[in-house]
Design a protein around this ligand. Structure first.
Ligand SMILES: NC(=O)c1ccc[n+]([C@@H]2O[C@H](COP(=O)([O-])OP(=O)(O)OC[C@H]3O[C@@H](n4cnc5c(N)ncnc54)[C@H](O)[C@@H]3O)[C@@H](O)[C@H]2O)c1
Length: 363
């Protein structure tokens, strides 16, 4: 790994991953290609250390001409594909953008990577090449309470336009491996949280609304179960897969601990009450309000991480309580970042349409 192309590096996980690599592998040259959609913002990277080994390129993974120039000029030998439309709620309202980026974008990236790899094989030897694709646990569908967690052999059963588009991109990546022998790896990870996550997502929305004393919208009964992992644990897992992952392999990633949305929201309220008691000393749990459920809301996700543990020696290091404490502190210390991200007109419209405008239900 000498010349790394990171797509979607101005988003949540991508920006954390760039920091991770700059710290651990300062000799690697990173090209960050990002279209700067509503979800991508260069303020997420404003604290990067000065490095001659980092360059940002504003562009789209569907732009084949631009991709060819990058692969050629930067002599890319490793791709980490984070670029995606990533919000399930938005995929319900506008699936087209998800097909465009997650499926067609991954396809064009694979095509150009494949050409570049063949070229490298003929000139400098192509063994040192890897296309790493970032995916989600949501491709496996929804678990019943008694089901065992998903492993790497679980059947794909995506249910939202988001997860269907991610499943489709996973299949394309595997197809390029099996058909053309392109060296690939895939990681399917559970729900992430941590610094720089867009405020449309569940945990930042809970934190930011709770800080501002606004209501905390909970879909349906709030008993949907997720396996929350801190983003820095996810980044370390990707790094290990890049270094030692088996060509063609898929690795499931998660924290191994399951919690309902109500438990997470309650933990955030309690954490904030400890760090910043409100003026009247009331628990922020009073702000919780149930709203009608998301259509087709998956009930439970959980990941079996035995394979990655046994093969790469990776396991999550940050417990949920520590991770939420760190994350709440981070948002409290980055009020300016919150203002910067939420001043976007699209975001205000989105919140109003999707959360503020919904009928309240009694708990
Ligand atoms: N957030 C999670 O909990 C989670 C869990 C598992 C997997 N994933 C996957 O991880 C990846 C990153 O997720 P995230 O939460 O950081 O998303 P994000 O929405 O915060 O960031 C996505 C980034 O991709 C960029 N982008 C979007 N379309 C693009 C295009 N056509 N060309 C170039 N750049 C484009 C955006 O500008 C943004 O910077 C996604 O592939 C997502 O499916 C996310």
């Amino acid at each position: 790994m000498k010349n790394l192309l990171i797509t979607g590096g101005a988003g949540f996980i991508g920006s954390n991953f760039i920091r991770h690599i700059l710290q651990l592998k300062p000799d690697v040259f990173i090209t960050n290609l990002d279209a700067l959609t509503y979800a991508g913002n260069l303020v997420n990277l404003s604290d990067l250390p000065d490095s001659a080994n980092y360059e940002f390129v504003h562009g789209n993974i569907n732009d084949t001409k631009l991709l060819k120039t990058i692969f050629n000029d930067k002599k890319i030998d490793t791709v980490v594909n984070f670029a995606a439309e990533s919000h399930v709620d938005r995929s319900i309202l506008n699936p087209a953008a998800f097909v465009e980026t997650n499926i067609l974008g991954t396809y064009s990236l694979l095509n150009v990577a494949h050409e570049a790899w063949k070229h490298r094989m003929n000139s400098v030897g192509g063994e040192e090449f890897r296309f790493h694709h970032i995916s989600t646990d949501e491709v496996y569908g929804s678990l019943q309470p008694d089901d065992t967690p998903f492993n790497e052999y679980s059947r794909y059963d995506p249910r939202s336009p988001y997860s269907a588009s991610k499943a489709s991109s996973d299949h394309l990546v595997r197809a390029y491996h099996h058909t053309y022998h392109l060296p690939i790896t895939i990681t399917n990870c559970s729900n992430n949280y941590g610094p720089y996550q867009h405020p449309e997502k569940f945990i930042p929305m809970m934190i930011i609304n709770a800080i501002q004393g606004k209501r905390l919208p909970i879909y349906g009964d709030g008993l949907q179960v997720r396996d929350w992992i801190h983003v820095s644990d996810h980044c370390e897992a990707i790094y290990r897969v890049l270094l030692n992952g088996l060509n063609g392999a898929t690795y499931n990633l998660g924290s191994g601990s399951e919690h309902t949305n109500l438990e997470i929201a309650g933990l955030i309220c309690d954490t904030l009450d400890t760090l910043l008691p409100n003026s009247v000393g009331e628990s922020r749990q009073k702000l919780l309000q149930h709203i009608p459920d998301r259509p087709g809301h998956d009930r439970r996700y959980a990941m079996d991480i035995t394979f990655v543990k046994e093969n790469l020696g990776w396991q999550p290091a940050i417990s949920l309580t520590d991770g939420i404490m760190q994350t709440v502190k981070w948002y409290l210390e980055h009020i300016h970042w919150i203002e910067e991200i939420t001043k976007n007109a699209d975001f205000s419209r989105w919140v109003q349409l999707n959360y503020d405008g919904r009928d309240e239900r009694t708990i």
